[in-house]
Every structure is written in C-alpha cells, then in structure tokens.
Design a protein around this ligand. Structure first.
Ligand code: SDX
Length: 429
C-alpha cells in the first residue's frame, strides 16, 4: 500500500500521497493541496520544496554523494571525459565508441559562430564582465538559428539546437577572453578534441609554440566534468522555469548564466580568489578573517564555504583539492594562496561556528586556484563554471520539455495593504 501523509486542518483531516525516489528520497505530493484545502505551503528559498522528479543527477548531502545518471562522480572524474559525460547527462547513457565519435563529429560541424556575432564583441566596453558578455552572446544565438524559435520544436530541431550550443560555447568563451586582451580571435580546429580546441582558441599563440599541454587539458576536462550538473541548484532551476514558458534553449540557458553569475552561486569561484588575495595582502592572518566570517555584524562571508545541500563534505571539493596539489606540482607552480586556502579550511573545520552549521568547502573553494594555474584571469572563472554546467542545464531543460511539465508559476501569501481608498493627487500629502 503506498505511503500517505495525514494533514489535520481545523476539524478536517486530509491524506496526501508520498512519492519515493529510486534513492529512497521521500516527498509529500502537494500538487492538489490548494484544491483540497484552499491552503498553500510557504518555503522561502525552496529549502524544503521539490520542483520536479528528475532522472539526471542525485545528491546525498549527508553522505556527500554526487551521481550523474547513477554513476559516481569519483568514477566519472577519474575515468571518463567531459564529452562522454555531456552525452551521458543529455541522452541518459554513457555513449558507445560509435556514439561518441558521431557526437564529436556533429559538434565539430557547428563550432563556428556567425561572423555577424563579432559585432557584439566589438560593442562591449573593454572591461565588460565576461559573464555579462556570455549572457548576451548565448541569448543572441537564437537570432542565427531560426529553428530554435519554433515553440513546438521537433526532436530533430531540439537535437540540432543542443549540438549547436555545446559546439559554440567554447568558441564564444574563448573569444570573450581574446576580446578582453584586444587580441585577434582564433578559429576552432575540427581536428582537436573539445577541451584542446578550447585551450587552443584561448591561449593559441602559446599552445602553437609549445603545443597543448596534456596536463592542462586533462585538468580542465576533469573540472568541467565536476561542474557538469548538480540537480536543482539556483541556475538550473532558472533554466527550467524559463524553459517551462516555452522559451527557446539559448535564451533559457542565458537566464541560467545570469543566475550563476551571483557570488552566492557560481560567482563564488571568483570571489574565493579575491578573498584569498585580500587575506594574503592583509598579512595572511586567517584567524582574523575566520572571526570576521563568524561576526553577524560583519557582512564578510567565507566564500567557497557552505552549501544548501551538502551538510558534509562536497565530493567535488575533495577531488579538486587533491588535483590542486598534483596540477600545480606538474606545472611547477607554487601559489601562496593555496597554502592560505588550506589554513582557512583547517581553521574553519575545527571551529565550532562552522562545525555546528555544517559548513564545509564547496566546489568553488579550490577550483579557482587551478583555473589560475591554467592561465585564466579571475573574472573568467565563472564563465568556465558555465562552460562545464552547460550539458547539465541542457539535460534538465530537455527533461522538463520531454515530461511536458507545466509552466512554473509559484503562489504567495499576500501581506500588503488591504482595501485602500483612492486619493486624487491634489489631495495627497
Ligand atoms: C554553488 O546549490 C548548488 O548545488 C550550488 C552549486 C552547484 O554546483 O550548482 O553547488 C554551486 O553555488 C556552491 C556555493 C557557492 N557559494 C559560496 O561559496 C558563497 C558562500 N556560501 C554561503 O553564501 C552559503 O553557504 C550558501 C549560499 C552556499 C548556502 O546558503 P544557505 O543554504 O541559504 O544557508 P544560510 O545562508 O542560511 O546559512 C546557514 C548559517 C547562517 O548562520 P545562522 O543564521 O545559522 O547563524 O550558516 C552561516 C549563515 O550565516 N553561513 C556562513 C557561510 N555560509 C553559511 N557563515 C560564514 N561564511 C559562509 N560562507
């Protein structure tokens, strides 16, 4: 017999169905609650509210588990590639060699941008933040792909739109970087694999002289895998709700990029490095800054710490922290802020304030140190997060559309003025 929840309101008792997921997560289905009781639920920040049933990613915040389509993130980061993981998230299975080869071939056909898109790059002021440019440039793709504007796209339209977005994102991102330097754009090379092609378009001159370092390509490929999806986070929920209106894929993804930009979300990876630099330049007194983070009268937060779901370690942070030492060592880089980061982590993990609130390093705490070692400027870090998260956003948008989910439209409890009498302007004081 299926499990039920009982709700007593006044002198009435209601039964609500309980949904159990394949990892034994439980939810009370309130989809008929208002019809049955005239009541709604209230949950600021959706801390206790599920918006969908999804088969893409599973998180266990207490155990520190992350799985894409049932595969443990540790296995995928160690043994797979970003392109394989993108296929897994979007189409639901790890691709065969033939499926992988075809996926790469289709992507290689669409890596170029329409030459008219260069006018957008020219229009941005030199110091325009890369995330603001990325929002605009990704949304503009719909202007060059009329099939993306079909409100009832065919499967072929959707698949083509997905391939185009996956293919063009590295070109868009690398040209944002080259534009910030005032350097000429480097065009994609179809003979290069996805990440190597991105690194060549980004650091072209360097890679042409010294070749594309496989250590660098492998490090970035692993980071992109670790960022590829994370169930219903702020930016993914944004992509889903924007897509639920029937909005096209590029514009839905552009909305997700905007949400990711915030320093409480993906923008944290930039904020972490700025924080570590601030602490280093302030003399490296980590205890002073830990105390500032604990002080409720001080707006300072320990960026890269804490998570809405992980109340234990973030498995991605553990993988990235280990990779940090290896990559910096292989590249012969000694970055003093890595030691500051480790000191901060040790101090926080032994401080009751952080322990009681279950605040651990999250994916953003160490990732910026690797991005920096790979040669990226700090303001490009969140754009790299978006490059990694793209297949996850696409997979979630596709699942929402395939499941024909209704347009997202939350309710509210009104607490404003009641029955105000209109006063002509001449009589207002
Ligand atoms: C990402 O959701 C996802 O999956 C996101 C993400 C993904 O892959 O998509 O994992 C990526 O966004 C990671 C998070 C990156 N953001 C940061 O590193 C910014 C710093 N962290 C915080 O802003 C905060 O921890 C959040 C936003 C991440 C989570 O906030 P919650 O869940 O709303 O928790 P909260 O703000 O209510 O904090 C609970 C308590 C509060 O103290 P009390 O009121 O109980 O006394 O913990 C404190 C907070 O003040 N707290 C912190 C803190 N984070 C929480 N105190 C100091 N420093 C911090 N970083």
């Amino acid at each position: 017999m299926s499990e039920k929840a009982t709700l007593n309101l006044g002198n009435k008792t209601y039964e609500l169905p309980v949904v159990t997921g394949t990892e034994n997560e439980k939810a009370i289905d309130i989809s008929k609650l208002r019809d049955q009781t005239s009541y709604i639920t209230l949950d600021s920040g959706f801390k206790n509210t599920g918006c969908t049933k999804s088969a893409i990613t599973f998180l266990d915040g207490e155990q520190g588990l992350l799985k894409y389509r049932g595969y443990a993130i540790e296995d995928l980061a160690e043994k797979s590639t970003f392109i394989e993981v993108a296929y897994l998230l979007i189409y639901g299975n790890l691709p065969t060699q033939a499926e992988t080869d075809n996926f790469k071939l289709q992507i290689s056909k669409h890596t170029l941008l329409h030459e008219d898109m260069k006018k957008f790059y020219d229009a941005f002021p030199p110091k325009a933040h890369p995330m603001g440019q990325l929002c605009s440039l990704v949304s503009s793709l719909s202007a060059f792909s009329p099939e993306s504007l079909n409100p009832n796209p065919s499967k072929e339209d959707i698949d083509l739109g997905i391939i185009k977005l996956i293919a063009k994102m590295p070109t868009i991102v690398s040209w944002i970087y080259k534009g910030s330097l005032g350097e000429p754009f480097i065009y994609p090379k179809s003979q290069l694999d996805y990440v190597a092609n991105f690194m060549n378009m980004t650091f072209g001159q360097v890679t042409e002289e010294i070749g594309i370092d496989p250590v660098v390509v492998n490090a970035l490929d692993k980071l992109l895998i670790l960022h590829a999806d994370h169930e219903q986070n702020c930016s993914t929920s944004t992509v889903r709700i924007v897509g639920s209106s029937g909005c096209n894929l590029p514009a839905s993804i552009s909305a997700g990029i905007s949400a990711l930009w915030g320093p409480l979300h993906g923008g944290a990876n930039q904020a972490v490095i700025e924080m570590l630099e601030l602490i280093k330049n302030d003399g490296g007194d980590t205890e002073k800054w830990i105390n500032k983070a604990k002080d409720k009268n001080d707006p300072f937060l320990l960026m890269g710490f804490g998570h809405r779901v992980y109340k234990n370690f973030d498995p991605r942070a553990n993988i990235i922290k280990k990779a940090c030492d290896k990559i910096l060592d292989k590249l012969g880089i000694n970055d003093p802020i890595l030691e500051i980061a480790k000191k901060l982590e040790d101090a926080a993990l032994n401080d009751p304030y952080f322990v009681e609130r279950k605040l651990y390093p999250n994916v953003d705490f160490y990732s910026g140190i690797i991005y920096r070692a790979l040669g990226f400027p700090t303001d490009m870090f969140t754009v790299l997060f978006a490059l990694g998260r793209l297949p996850g956003w696409i997979a979630q948008w596709k699942e929402m559309r395939e499941n024909k989910e209704p347009i997202g439209r939350p309710r509210q409890v009104y607490v404003g003025e009641v029955n105000k009498q209109f006063i002509p302007i001449a009589d207002r004081v």
